[in-house]
Design a protein around this ligand. Structure first.
Ligand code: FAD
Length: 292
């Protein structure tokens, strides 16, 4: 097992960390505190999400600008095209470029009615993520990541449509795909195999969601089509009011997932931090990554 080898024998691992724009002063303090603790791990980039329907447009820009100027960590800004004209989206892209941000996570976004509801593009907007990637490409030399769904996007007709869509996004100029959270590594490998069969060669980076709160994560997973396996629900059952045991189980579950992926040859990981650092610091350590 690779994960049991001395650190010096581990392959070089690249990590990225996803944050969300904080809403309050207290949340903002936690954001910067977590970033300060994770920055010494030398992530490839730290990304900041774009609130549903573009609701955090200004805050996302403010956070990525400050990450870029203050922390020395490369920042990636998420961007969606739902509910906006091409001109409006293009303005956001130009704003990112002016702030020195050259990495974008390009997404379609979800309709205001919620995840899983039918999507209708803005009449003057980008049609979907592939169209958005092509649009961003025209505006400059950005490093673009796109989303991938190891359990299939809830709106995909079938697996062929899912993989075709991913291929369109990569062919339009994205450098890599980052997956939605998943808890069965077998789903990830089946997805990678399907992608490879379709001729996709770009990295498909697993998105790892440490379970800080089972209640919160299982609610979110349900909305975005990620299945919570029964064994996982069983592990957290009855722990809602026992934060210490909950945290230990969460660490064990995430450690198992990450080391299994490492042992099977994965060398790039994206962590959904929810603006927290503890679990991610521990997981990075298991991958042989120490603060510089
Ligand atoms: P797309 O790739 O455009 O496609 C979504 C679905 O529509 C696919 O099933 C595809 O098969 C189908 N489809 C696309 N084009 C066509 C077509 N021409 N004909 C038929 N079917 C088509 N959301 C946010 O609001 N803000 C964020 O910051 C954010 N960050 C994310 C980060 C990651 C890593 C991931 C995995 C998701 C993120 N999301 C975010 C959620 C994302 O916006 C939703 O999952 C959304 O429903 C789909 O976006 P997409 O970019 O995958 O869409």
């Amino acid at each position: 097992r690779l994960s049991r080898q001395p650190e010096s024998r581990l392959p070089e691992i690249a990590v990225s960390f996803e944050f969300f724009p904080p809403k309050t002063d207290a949340m903002e303090e936690r954001f910067w505190d977590s970033l300060a603790r994770l920055a010494p791990l030398k992530p490839r980039f730290v990304s900041v999400t774009y609130g549903a329907g573009g609701s955090t447009r200004e805050r996302t820009l403010r956070m990525v600008s400050r990450i870029t100027t203050d922390s020395g960590v490369p920042a990636a800004a998420h961007l969606t095209c739902v509910g906006a004209t091409r001109a409006e989206v293009d303005d956001v892209v130009r704003g990112y470029a002016e702030a020195g941000v050259s990495r974008i996570v390009a997404l379609r976004g979800d309709p205001p009615a919620g995840v899983g509801q039918p999507f209708a593009p803005h009449p003057e907007g980008y049609q979907n993520a592939a169209d958005l990637v092509a649009g961003i490409r025209k505006l400059g030399d950005f490093d673009i990541s796109v989303a991938a769904y190891p359990e299939k996007h809830p709106q995909s007709l079938d697996w062929d449509a899912e993989i075709d869509n991913l291929k369109r996004k990569l062919d339009a100029g994205a450098a890599r795909a980052i997956t939605q959270m998943f808890f069965e590594n077998a789903d990830y490998w089946r997805f990678v195999e399907r992608a490879q069969k379709a001729g996709i060669t770009a990295p498909i980076v697993p998105g790892i969601q440490p379970i800080h709160s089972f209640k919160q994560i299982s609610g979110f997973a349900g909305r975005c089509g990620a299945l919570i396996p029964q064994w996982l629900a069983d592990r957290f059952e009855g722990l809602d009011n026992d934060p210490e045991t909950h945290a230990l189980v969460a660490a064990a579950v995430a450690a198992e997932q990450v080391t299994e992926l490492l042992d099977s040859g994965v060398t790039e990981f994206h962590f959904y931090t929810l603006n927290r650092s503890n679990l991610v610091l521990a997981l990075a350590r298991l991958l042989g990554i120490r603060p510089a």
